[in-house]
Design a protein around this ligand. Structure first.
Ligand code: SF4
Length: 329
C-alpha cells in the first residue's frame, strides 16, 4: 500500500466544516492507503505565546482525537499520533533548513499573511513553517498528501526542498504527490466566510442536539427575504447549502417551498438542525463512549508514536549519514 501523510493543528473540538472538508476524506483514504495522521502541536506553537496560550494545547489534542476516532479514524489501520511525541521531526527539520534557501521561505504568501495577523509575534517558526511541514511529510517517505487546490503551493515547496536534498546528497526522499480532494467549501453561519472556530461561525460535531439547533437559528439566510411571505432565493442561502449536504432527499421540496414562500426560515432551520442531529447521532454516541476511556486514548497515541518512530528513526539515520553527521553503517 502506498503511504499517505497528513497533519492538522490541534484546534480542539472539530466543526462540521472540518468533518466534511477533511476528516471524512481521511477516513475513506484508510481503505486504499497506509495512512499516517498527525496532530501537529509543534506547528501550533508558532501562533501561541505564553503560559496561558499553551495551556490550551493538551485539552485541544484530546478533543480533536476524540472527534477523529468518533468519525471513523481507525488506530488499527492508521498511525495516529502527536507530532512532538516523535522528536526525529525536529532533527530532520534542522537538516532541511540547511538546504532551504531563505528566499524560498520569504516569498511564501502565508508567511506574509501571518506577519500581518500576529505582528507582535513574528517568530522564526513562522518563517520555517514550510520546512517543518516538509520534515513532517518526508520523514515518513509519504508518497501522497491529501490537499485542496489552495494548498498546492505549500506542497510544491515541500517537493522542492526534498528535491534539493536529493540533488545535494543523493536520492533519499520521494517527492510527495498531491492527493487532490474535492471537498465542498463549507461556509460558516455568517454565510460569507469559510466555517472556522476562530471566526465563531461554526457548528461543533460534538454539540448537543439543542446546541446545534441554537447555533443554526443564528445562521444568516437570504438577505433579500425580509418577511415569510417574500419568495426566497435558496441558491444564495447558506442554510440551503447545508441542506444539500445533510438533507439531499428533500432538496427539491425545500427549494420550491422557499421559492414559493411556503416555508419560513425558522422552520427551514429547524428541519436542518433535525437532519444534522440525525446524521451525527452515531458519531456523537461513539464520542461520548470514547470520552469515558482517557487511558485508552493515551495508550493509542503512545502506540501511534511508537509506530511512527519506527519509520522516522530509519529515515533520520539515513539523512544523517548522507549529510556526513554519522558514519555510514
Ligand atoms: S426558507 Fe430556507 S432556504 Fe429559503 S431563505 Fe429561508 S433558510 Fe434559506
Amino acid at each position: 500500500m502506498k503511504r499517505v501523510f497528513s497533519g492538522a493543528r490541534p484546534t480542539g473540538r472539530q466543526h462540521i466544516g472540518n468533518y466534511l472538508g477533511a476528516i471524512q476524506n481521511y477516513v475513506s483514504l484508510q481503505d486504499e492507503f497506509e495512512c499516517i495522521y498527525c496532530i501537529v502541536d509543534i506547528h501550533a506553537l508558532t501562533s501561541l505565546e505564553g503560559k496561558e496560550a499553551v495551556s490550551t494545547l493538551q485539552p485541544n489534542i484530546q478533543e480533536m482525537i476524540l472527534d477523529w476516532l468518533a468519525a471513523g479514524l481507525d488506530p488499527e489501520r492508521s498511525i495516529l499520533f502527536v507530532q512532538s511525541q516523535v522528536p526525529e521531526v525536529m532533527e530532520l527539520h534542522i537538516l532541511l533548513s540547511m538546504v532551504t534557501p531563505l528566499s524560498w521561505l520569504l516569498r511564501v504568501p502565508t508567511f506574509k499573511e501571518k506577519v500581518k495577523m500576529q505582528p507582535q509575534n513574528v517568530n522564526y517558526g513562522l518563517l520555517g513553517y514550510p520546512v517543518l511541514m516538509t520534515a513532517d511529510i518526508i520523514l515518513y517517505k509519504a508518497e501522497f498528501v491529501p490537499v485542496g487546490e489552495d494548498q498546492l503551493p505549500h506542497l510544491e515547496l515541500a517537493r522542492e526542498i526534498a528535491r534539493r536534498f536529493n540533488n545535494l546528497y543523493g536520492y533519499t526522499f520521494p517527492e510527495p504527490q498531491a492527493k487532490l480532494t474535492q471537498a465542498p467549501l463549507i461556509l460558516g453561519l455568517d454565510g460569507v466566510q469559510k466555517m472556522s472556530k476562530q471566526l465563531g461561525n461554526d457548528i461543533e460535531l460534538a454539540a448537543s442536539p439543542q446546541e446545534t439547533l441554537e447555533r443554526i437559528m443564528t445562521a444568516f439566510t437570504d438577505p433579500a427575504r425580509r418577511y415569510k411571505s417574500d419568495p426566497g432565493h435558496p441558491e444564495v442561502c447558506n442554510v440551503y447549502h447545508l441542506h444539500q449536504t445533510f438533507n439531499s432527499d428533500k432538496l427539491e421540496e425545500i427549494y420550491s417551498q422557499c421559492r414559493g414562500a411556503a416555508i419560513g426560515c425558522v422552520d427551514c432551520k429547524k428541519l436542518l438542525a433535525q437532519e444534522i442531529n440525525r446524521a451525527l447521532a452515531p458519531l456523537r454516541e461513539r464520542r461520548r463512549e470514547l470520552a469515558t476511556r482517557p487511558e485508552y486514548i493515551k495508550e493509542l497515541l503512545t502506540e501511534g508514536a511508537r509506530r511512527a518512530q519506527a519509520i522516522s528513526r530509519e529515515t533520520l539515520r539515513e539523512a544523517k549519514e548522507k549529510t556526513g553527521l554519522i558514519s555510514r553503517a
